[in-house]
Design a protein. Structure first.
Length: 66
């Protein structure tokens, strides 16, 4: 099974998430971009902050790392 690593960087202020904050999301078995839920889990894990309700993928730059 193939793993895909994504780097997700905030580009807009969203609650306590500020531009420049970033996380990495590792996905297995699919090359689909991470979902907002997966991104939220990683922000919680790395920074201890939750995404606000109604937060959208347009608030982030999503880059495939490899």
């Amino acid at each position: 099974m193939m793993n895909h690593l994504w780097r997700v960087t905030a580009i807009k202020v969203t609650g306590k998430v500020t531009p420049g904050m970033w996380v990495e999301v590792l996905k297995s078995g699919t090359n689909a971009q991470p979902t907002i839920k997966e991104i939220g889990v990683e922000f919680e894990r790395k920074y201890g902050v939750s995404l606000v309700g109604g937060c959208s993928l347009v608030n982030f730059r999503i880059e495939k790392m490899g």
